[in-house]
Design a protein around this ligand. Structure first.
Ligand SMILES: Cc1cc2nc3c(=O)[nH]c(=O)nc-3n(C[C@H](O)[C@H](O)[C@H](O)COP(=O)(O)OP(=O)(O)OC[C@H]3O[C@@H](n4cnc5c(N)ncnc54)[C@H](O)[C@@H]3O)c2cc1C
Length: 392
């Protein structure tokens, strides 16, 4: 046996990194295992904005603050104070402002790699943490006493608990045949960073088109990060347009809300689906983050839900005197987070349906709902509060 730990966390994505740091800060012995190289992350290229960015909610910022990393991330983040939501058909609009909740901002847009890098920088010096990079999982065995994983170089790590934070195609979930509900939206999200002739005014914009939602998210360098979800066939056409034609199509789809789109980075497409594991806990193995749940990016909640998982784990396992394999607490974690994330998954799926539908009756209902939210301060505050609290 090469190493014994309280927990092995598999996957050093944003959720795995935060999980490892939360447990380590509570005094547990933790191994964090990642199949990719982590060296590139430690010195991110600051010359250009990466395509993968996330809207990080105040609740997630609070968690990252408690872990001591938000202060390192914040300088690269762009706060947004407003959200504008509207549909291509009808006149209804919703405008949300941070001041309606008496808070400074509604969220912040950050490159994923800065979050990962900050977590790693804080994990590295901790004496109770071992980092393993370029080490994919190669075997997993468990007994009544412990769980053992073998990694790429043949080392075996033993722990009381294996936390699988290995993403939407979790190899642990498939290896253990853990059941999951899932669906394919038959949509692709195109992401790119773009320049516009008008400033973004620290606003997150979402225009719902009947072919899928289009978001413009403000970046710290004045550009906007776009997430344009469209039926896969249409997205494939958009992805291969030359830059000028793409910028024009984008500005038109966005109703020139920020003027003309004058420049565009490379583009990438992500196939969209949803999944929700029906079982998160199997013996000494626990799923977390995208390994357990995945939602449509329209509400910008995927990693925020993952941070919600970390927050509850941190609350339930607050120190080494509480063993990480305490069944009662693990079951409570599974029960509570499964219910909350499943509700969010269905809610975002329903929103996608309602906003993507052409039927006149649904369009009227949609307008009615949007007007109701827009004109009632109380409903608006409730909607905003649930959006910034990671559906906790
Ligand atoms: C277009 C788009 C936009 C999005 N925008 C937002 C947003 O604005 N806000 C938001 O909250 N969410 C957003 N999301 C969702 C968010 O990106 C994910 O929820 C989040 O990245 C999940 O983090 P994770 O750490 O759980 O998984 P991942 O980021 O997938 O990390 C998994 C890690 O595990 C490693 N790994 C996998 N298998 C193994 C193995 N066998 N052995 C070792 N290591 C392994 C991987 O290399 C990776 O580092 C968006 C998603 C998309 C597609």
């Amino acid at each position: 046996m090469n190493g014994q730990y309280d927990a092995v966390v598999l996957g050093a994505g944003m959720v795995g990194g935060a999980t490892a740091l939360a447990l380590a800060r509570s005094g547990y012995r933790v191994a964090l295992v990642e199949r990719a190289s982590l060296d590139d992350l430690k010195a991110p290229d600051t010359g250009r904005v990466d395509l993968r960015v996330s809207a990080i909610s105040p609740a997630s910022q609070h968690l990252l603050g408690q872990l001591g990393v938000w202060k390192d991330i914040q300088p690269q983040a762009c706060d947004y104070h407003y959200m504008d939501v509207w549909h291509e058909h009808g006149n209804a609009r919703m405008h949300f402002a941070a001041e309606q909740l008496a808070i400074h901002h509604l969220g912040s847009i950050v490159e994923n790699r800065y979050i990962q890098a900050a977590l790693l920088r804080h994990l590295e010096p901790l004496p109770n943490v071992s980092l393993f990079q370029q080490q994919p999982l190669s075997d997993l065995q468990q007994s009544d006493e412990s769980v053992q994983i073998t990694i790429g170089d043949g080392q075996t790590l033993s722990a009381k608990l294996l936390i699988a934070a290995d993403g939407r195609n979790s190899s642990v979930r498939s290896r253990l045949h853990l059941p999951a509900l899932s669906g394919d939206y038959r949509q692709t999200a195109i992401v790119a960073n773009v320049q516009t002739t008008e400033p973004h005014r620290h606003t997150a914009y979402q225009r719902f088109l009947s072919t899928g939602p289009l978001a413009f998210l403000p970046l710290a360098d004045g550009q906007s990060s776009i997430v344009w979800s469209a039926d896969t066939e249409r997205a494939e056409t958009l992805l291969v347009l030359d830059d000028d034609a793409f910028c024009e199509a984008l500005a038109t789809a966005f109703e020139y809300r920020l003027g003309a789109v004058t420049g565009c980075s490379e583009r990438a497409g992500f196939a969209l689906g949803w999944h929700s594991a029906s079982q998160w806990l199997s013996g000494r193995v626990l799923l977390i983050g995208d390994a357990a749940h995945g939602v449509h990016p329209l509400a910008g909640q995927g990693v925020n839900l993952g941070f919600g998982d970390v927050a509850l784990l941190r609350e339930l396992f607050s120190g080494p005197d509480v063993a990480l394999d305490t069944r009662r607490r693990l079951r409570r974690f599974e029960r509570q987070r499964k219910a909350q994330t499943l509700t969010a998954t269905h809610l975002f799926g329903a929103l996608k349906q309602i906003y993507g539908h052409e039927s006149l009756a649904l369009a009227r209902l949609r307008d009615l709902g949007m007007n109701l939210v827009e004109n009632s301060q109380m409903i608006k505050r409730t909607v905003l509060q649930s959006a910034i609290r990671n559906m906790q």
